[in-house]
Design a protein around this ligand. Structure first.
Ligand code: KDG
Length: 318
């Protein structure tokens, strides 16, 4: 059984190759998305033993995803093919400065997920379970599945990492805040980005945000801040981790790769600050090209990026 397990909604991605809204003749590059699936692929590329649970439609997009997990070495043996519901897709549109996600996922196969799709023995035997707010937002059954999986993990001593991944298109903000704040208190590590941290806590400063996340009950908070690096906070200390300065083209999926690299490093027994540095280095590669999955680095590259980050950091020391 896999060591690192995630579950939720995988999506086929259509990523606009030029700026501007939909128009005849606009080109899109076809790829993969879905935060929990991005996480599983990244775990596997980075050398971890990944397992993924979901439902896909009995359609071409579902088959593309099944092929992805097979090629990437992700154990997707329990993924259900549902003939009655389609696989979800999303478009990434850009207007020059910002990118917008447009979803076609309502009534999707993954939105039918229930606790029955998450075998307890996978969670009990895993070293780490990763859950996300998107999985909670897409359906009542999938939200129940997240809570049940966390309960099973806690009883079995499986580490739980949680990315609130707040998507306002998927649920009202007051509901997202309430559910994700509550869930954060049930997990071992809560890992929002800065914007989500601000939404969750109403605080501005990264250290204040981290402190409030800890007050929710999580023993550790990791605040992802893109090119500004990350803050790893426990009740004992706050550690600031730098980021490589790169040219960002598309940040989609960078947070998922950060989470995955952090998970892989934790399972390998690395110290938390080292795990966060590795995660920051790996994530820096994802932003440099189009797509959530395309740019996920393999282990050798991620190790090299970590070396570059360490060297850049040493040069920056006064
Ligand atoms: O983290 C990247 C994801 O947001 C993207 O791949 C699409 O899963 C997705 C979503 O629901 O927004």
């Amino acid at each position: 059984m896999p060591e690192i397990v995630s579950f939720g909604e995988p999506l086929v991605e259509f990523n606009a190759e030029s700026v501007g809204g939909p128009r005849p003749g606009a080109l899109y590059s076809t790829g993969f998305g879905g935060d929990s699936s991005n996480f599983a692929v990244a775990v596997s590329r980075l050398g971890g033993d990944a397992g993924y649970l979901s439902r896909v439609g009995d359609d071409g997009f579902g088959r593309m995803l099944l092929e992805l997990w097979k090629t990437e070495g992700v154990d997707a043996g329990h993924v259900v093919v549902d003939p009655g519901h389609p696989t979800g897709v999303y478009f990434i549109l850009r207007d020059g400065t910002t990118a917008e996600f447009v979803y076609r996922r309502c009534g999707s196969a993954a939105a039918q997920l229930t606790p029955d799709d998450v075998p307890p023995d996978w969670i009990e035997n895993a070293r780490l379970l990763h859950v996300t707010g998107i999985t909670q937002a897409i359906g009542r059954g999938s939200c129940d599945a997240v809570f049940q999986a966390i309960d099973v993990a806690r009883a079995a001593g499986t580490t739980v990492t949680y990315d609130p991944n707040i998507r306002p298109q998927l649920w009202p903000l007051h509901e997202a805040r309430a559910v994700t704040r509550y869930t954060a208190g049930m997990c071992d590590v809560v890992m929002p980005n800065l914007e989500e941290g601000r939404l969750l806590t109403g605080r501005e400063d990264p250290h204040d945000i981290a402190d409030e996340l800890l007050e929710l009950g999580a023993p550790m908070a990791v605040l992802k801040m893109g090119s500004a690096g990350a803050v790893v906070a426990t009740a004992r200390e706050h550690v600031r981790v730098p980021a490589l300065q790169v040219r960002a083209t598309d940040p989609t999926g960078a947070g998922d790769t950060f989470n995955a690299a952090f998970a892989v490093a934790l399972v390998e027994g690395r110290a938390v600050a080292d795990a966060a540095r590795f995660a920051s280095a790996a994530a820096s590669h994802v932003v440099q090209g189009l797509g959530a999955v395309n740019q996920i680095p393999r282990r050798r590259l991620a190790d090299r990026l970590l070396g570059e980050l360490t060297a850049a950091d040493a040069r920056a020391e006064p």
